[in-house]
Design a protein around this ligand. Structure first.
Ligand SMILES: C[S@@+](CC[C@H](N)C(=O)[O-])C[C@H]1O[C@@H](n2cnc3c(N)ncnc32)[C@H](O)[C@@H]1O
Length: 229
């Protein structure tokens, strides 16, 4: 079925279309089988692949009603929220327009705007200076130890992008012990380097490859100690 604008959200479209979008979300959240996730993904225009979504979903379900932190709002946000019903799900976003576009889809979304002050081109100096990768986060984020974290933001593909240096580093500090961490776009040098340094090569469980980006799964048993600054 052809979807003209998968990013339009649930608020737009005809009644049957809205019903279809909502049903696919509910079905895939309640029964996250691959076919249900594949349909939801296609209808909603989610960028992560079915295999990648399924891997994260399996970790969330395994730790039922878990504490789930997601860097980046997206067309998959309502799926994560529904999947983790009864748990705590929080999203962090740095693009204000995108923040409003996604959060207006449901009052149940808990999301915070954050500001990354890094530039992708500075990553080589930043990686050796963990204190510079710290940043202010809301207490609703720092007061929680997160069981599952999905890092799919901020933007990290052009020189002036903030890059994912901070989101990967902060994840290493915010996780529970143990925790499952998923990082998208690990085919890129910066994500690869920061994951290896701060999440640990020894903790790598799987890498799910796709043309849209590789998703790595890390199982962390010991969180990084706090740094000053
Ligand atoms: C890389 S996307 C991935 C979203 C979701 N996990 C998915 O697979 O579809 C997430 C980030 O892209 C940025 N973004 C901005 N405009 C966007 C758009 N039109 N579509 C998707 N992401 C957008 C947002 O700031 C957001 O934090």
């Amino acid at each position: 079925m052809a979807i003209e604008n998968p990013r339009a959200g649930l608020a737009q479209g005809s009644f049957p279309r809205r019903l279809l979008l909502r049903s696919s979300l509910e079905l895939s959240s309640l029964w996250p089988t691959r076919p249900a996730i594949a349909v939801m993904r296609k209808l909603h225009g989610v960028q992560l692949t079915t295999a990648q979504l399924s891997a994260v979903a399996a970790a969330v379900r395994k730790r039922a009603r878990c504490k789930l932190l997601v860097f980046g709002l997206g067309n998959d946000s309502l799926f994560w929220l529904g999947l983790n019903q009864g748990g705590v799900t929080v999203f962090l976003e740095d693009n204000l327009e995108w923040f409003h576009r996604i959060t207006k889809r449901s009052k149940k979304i808990t999301a915070f705007m954050v500001k990354y002050d890094t530039r992708l081109c500075d990553w080589r100096s930043l990686i050796e200076s963990p204190a510079s990768l710290n940043m202010a986060l809301p207490r609703q984020v720092t007061d929680v130890s997160w069981d599952v974290v999905l890092v799919d933001a901020p933007e990290g593909w052009r020189a002036r992008s903030p890059g994912r240096m901070k989101s990967i580093y902060l994840t290493s500090r915010l996780v529970s012990e143990p925790a499952d961490v998923f990082v998208h776009d690990c085919n890129r040098v910066i994500e690869d380097a920061h994951c290896s340094k701060y999440l640990g090569e020894e903790n790598l469980v799987a890498e799910i490859r796709a043309p849209v980006g590789y998703l790595r799964h890390y199982h962390i048993t010991t969180r990084s100690p706090p740094t000053s600054g």
